[in-house]
Design a protein. Structure first.
Length: 414
């Protein structure tokens, strides 16, 4: 069982690693802020847009098959990315996002199947979140070291052996019976159009893409009224909003601070990665503690405390850069409390037959938040100041704590 959990966790580790490993390498890839935003968002955009479909596929075709397909695709596309030009890389990053989307809801569904007892499942998700969370925040450190030592292509080469190891360790994954569901093409297309046009409008600072973004969003919402909708209405909750906000803050702050450290303070890529260590270290061990805490007292206290610590750390970074170590440590402890608690609450509150789509819905909202965080905070930082962008993120993170509290009270979680 430990081998399986390690393999599933490494699959999600890869997904989270690729979310942030390019952050420190961006100045090496292109001097243009717009190009940097698209290289970062090319991955998170498709990742967010296809998570709901991946969750439906996990339930429809079986989580084991979808997970293995995602791993093999991720390894192959990473190898191609290492050989690509920066222009082609944007397209390959978009395909990597689709492969990454296959891994998340399927791994959550496999954990739910392998650990049917709620307390054991909470601990397993704590381990899963610890390993994957390490990938999210270790990305800047690993990316900086690899870029400075071997060039930016090395940040994609490293994915291949990790994917193969995850494949070997997860071979014992249980088979889950397929649950036939209609593929909701209208919902999928409208979700992709809404998210991509909104991101384009924010990154390029133009108005006209907002029109198709609003139209596509309305089409998506209308499509969800059907009984067999891709996102069942019972899964729509304050928890999804909280998920969007937690990644808006984390990904947006990482993007802004990475550029600030290198372009304003003159840090080398490896030094920038080291500067993020106070954030990285808590996420390496604290989610395991969070899993045990959630199993003991429920998700409400650790989730709300996590959002509060994230907001406080971001506000300290905005007001007093000299306290950066304290600020980033607060952000790291907050992330490692909030995300595992939220995952456990959302997946645990869904019916067993909708575990895959529930995990997909939460992670879709989280990655939508990540896309918007990079776009919005990047524009604010370049148009006003880094401090203003970080203060905006802090305010939203406090609001995320309120959303999380409302969701947990609504579902009766302690």
């Amino acid at each position: 069982m430990a081998r399986l959990l390690t393999g599933l966790s490494l699959g999600y580790f890869l997904v989270m690693l690729d979310t942030t490993i390019v952050t420190v390498a961006l100045p090496s890839l292109s001097p243009s802020l717009v190009d940097q935003q698209w290289i970062s968002n090319g991955y998170t955009l498709t990742f967010a847009a296809f998570l709901l479909t991946a969750g439906a596929w996990s339930d429809r075709f079986g989580a084991r098959r979808v997970f293995f397909t995602g791993l093999v695709s991720f390894a192959a596309l990473s190898g191609l990315s290492a050989l690509a030009s920066p222009t082609v890389l944007i397209a390959l990053r978009a395909l990597l996002g689709v492969a990454g989307a296959l891994l998340v809801p399927s791994s959550l569904s496999l954990i739910a199947t392998a650990y049917p007892v709620p307390a054991a499942r909470a601990k397993a998700m704590g381990v899963w979140a610890a390993v994957s969370g390490t990938g999210l925040v270790a990305g800047p450190l690993l990316g900086g070291v690899l870029t400075e030592a071997f060039g930016w292509r090395a940040i994609f080469v490293v994915n291949v052996p990790v994917a193969l190891l995850a494949l070997a360790l997860s071979r014992s994954a249980p088979s889950t019976p397929p649950k036939p569901r209609r593929l909701d093409v209208v919902s999928q297309v409208s979700a992709v159009v809404a998210l991509s046009t909104l991101t384009y409008a924010l990154v390029e600072a133009v108005f006209w893409p907002l029109i198709p973004a609003v139209v596509a969003a309305l089409v998506f919402l209308r499509a969800q009224r059907r009984p067999d909708a891709m996102l069942p209405r019972r899964l729509v909750s304050w928890g999804l909003l909280a998920g969007a906000i937690v990644n808006f803050g984390l990904s947006g702050v990482l993007f802004v601070l990475s550029l600030y450290f290198q372009q304003t303070r003159g840090y080398a890529p490896s030094a920038t990665g080291l500067a993020f260590l106070p954030l990285t270290i808590p996420t390496a061990f604290n989610p395991i503690f969070t899993g045990r805490l959630v199993a003991s007292v429920g998700p409400r206290i650790p989730a709300v405390a996590g959002f509060s610590l994230m907001a406080l750390g971001t506000l300290i970074e905005a007001c007093s850069p000299m306290l950066s170590v304290l600020a980033l440590a607060s952000l790291g402890f907050g992330v490692s409390l909030a995300i595992p608690s939220l995952l456990t609450a959302v997946v645990g509150s869904a019916p067993p037959e909708l575990a895959g789509i529930a995990g997909g819905a939460l992670n879709a909202s989280r990655q939508t938040g990540a896309v918007l965080g990079v776009a919005v905070l990047g524009v604010l930082a370049s148009g006003t100041s880094t401090a203003f962008a970080l203060t905006t993120a802090a305010v939203l993170l406090f609001a995320g704590g309120v959303s999380c509290f409302l969701f947990l009270r609504e579902t009766g979680n302690p």
